[in-house]
Design a protein around this ligand. Structure first.
Ligand code: TRP
Ligand code: SF4
Length: 430
């Protein structure tokens, strides 16, 4: 299996854990974060890489950054909202938020001009982000950021064609701008750690699971440019110098850093290694990255990521702007939304009588799914709908009406906020 970030497949989430080494986003990770939001409580965010590092930063009041990206194509729908819900939450607990407008990617892979991409990004996405409650942060366009593009090019030195093809399965006919898009995304993710942006700090990239190939690729590239590697071995760790230059100096400096965080067991210069016991690997990694920077290296900390489930379309397949009748857009009028909700696939029985007798199937119901994706904030109310549906006390008509009312209120208030958002654009776009 290969994950295609530009395709439209549905995912067996369980397989992703085994096949790609994505870790489960267990309750342990989020339960003592401030005000756990619905996307944690309802397991919409289901997987991660290295979220522990972000948690450590949050717990210890260390600076950290968030970077995510938007593809300016089509209209913004409820499936796109989940990543902004996350950005808003993390912003409220201290993340320095950066958002990439993937205009180069839209140009390379979807055939948009940069001009069109800009208009879509602003009108369809950024205005909605502001309306949803994102506070001023840094939103930039890939095509306008020289650091992103330089990094894309320079980091590319340590990836070769076979590696790229093994991940993405490009064909001989794939255009080269498309082939280069993952490098630009790597530039997006890592440039925030440059001194002129967020600086050296843990970086979280919350994305849909289709983006995992880019995350893996980016982490590998960041790692390939590191001077040191830290390898955990049972109770201890090995710190290795990877290259052949300045080995003694780098080992000396690593030794100093390690002493601050634990104790040295053994230094073996001929192995370019120091074995040690440390209590705080994240801090050590940070110190080592700093040393690398002082020697002219990039010293990027490997980015962390989280993965969320995709919301279904109203017919049960993927929600996508290319199938507008089954997608709920943030710019839909209440009338449009009403029509679509009324036609949505539910987990109801064929007849009301049957449903009263045997109950419905909320786990197969798109209306219920909409509730879980934040339309309904309150867990008790959600639980109540679940059990009343199961017990046959709640019928789909009533349930759809409730969904519609909530969505109607939401759409009306969002539209109002969107109208004021245009004046605020300059506080966001750099
Ligand atoms: N490739 C992403 C998409 O298709 C957009 C994107 C560009 C992105 N750069 C990013 C996402 C950096 C996360 C981080 O939606
Ligand atoms: Fe879905 Fe509500 Fe019908 Fe149950 S009653 S199947 S939750 S629409």
């Amino acid at each position: 299996m290969i994950i295609d970030p530009w395709g439209s497949q549905k995912y067996e989430y369980e397989k992703l854990f085994e096949d790609f080494g994505i870790k489960k986003f267990e309750e342990e990770l989020w339960k003592d974060l401030p005000r756990p939001p619905f996307f944690f409580r309802r397991k919409i965010v289901f997987g991660h890489r290295d979220f522990e590092r972000i948690k450590d930063a949050i717990k210890n009041g260390k600076p950290w950054a968030l970077l995510t990206g938007l593809m300016p194509s089509g209209k913004m729908h409820f499936g796109h909202k989940i990543v902004i819900d996350q950005a808003i939450y993390y912003q409220s607990i201290g993340a320095d938020v950066n958002i990439a407008v993937a205009d180069i990617e839209a140009y390379a892979t979807r055939g948009y001009s940069l001009k069109e991409a800009e208009r879509i990004a602003i009108d369809e996405y950024i205005l909605n982000y502001i309306a949803l409650g994102l506070k001023p942060c840094r939103i930039y366009f890939q095509s306008k950021n020289e650091d992103v593009k330089d990094l894309a090019y320079l980091l590319a030195k340590k990836a070769n064609l076979s590696e790229v093809n093994a991940i993405y399965g490009f064909k001989g006919s794939t255009n080269m701008a498309h082939v280069f898009a993952p490098f630009v995304q790597t530039g997006d993710i890592l440039h925030v750690q440059m001194e002129k942006y967020s600086g050296l700090c843990p970086t979280l990239v919350p994305v849909g699971v289709d983006q995992d190939p880019h995350i893996r690729f980016c982490r590998d590239l960041a790692d390939a440019h590191r001077f040191y590697s830290i390898i955990p071995q049972d109770e201890k760790i090995g710190v290795f110098v990877k290259g052949d230059e300045k080995v003694k100096e780098l080992l000396d400096e690593a030794e100093e850093a390690i002493k601050k965080h634990g104790e040295i067991i053994e230094r073996k210069d001929d192995y370019k290694a120091i074995y040690a016991r440390v209590d705080d690997i994240f801090s050590l990694d940070y110190e080592l990255a700093k040393i690398e920077r002082s020697h002219g290296g990039y010293g990027f900390i490997l980015p962390s990521s989280t993965y969320h489930r995709f919301i279904s379309g109203l017919d049960g397949n993927k929600m996508s702007s290319s199938r507008p009748q089954y997608a709920l857009f943030l710019t839909d009028t209440p009338q449009e939304a009403k029509k679509k909700i009324w036609a949505a696939k539910t987990g109801g029985a064929m007849t009301a009588e049957e449903q009263r007798k045997h109950g419905g199937k909320p786990e197969e119901c798109i209306i219920y799914e909409l509730f879980t994706y934040g339309i309904l904030e309150d867990d008790k109310e959600l639980q109540d709908i679940y059990s009343r549906c199961k017990g046959g006390d709640l019928l789909c008509g009533e349930c759809k009406k409730l969904a519609y009312q909530l969505i109607e209120q939401f759409l009306i208030s969002l539209k109002e906020k969107r109208e004021n958002a245009r004046d605020m654009l300059k506080e966001y776009i750099s």
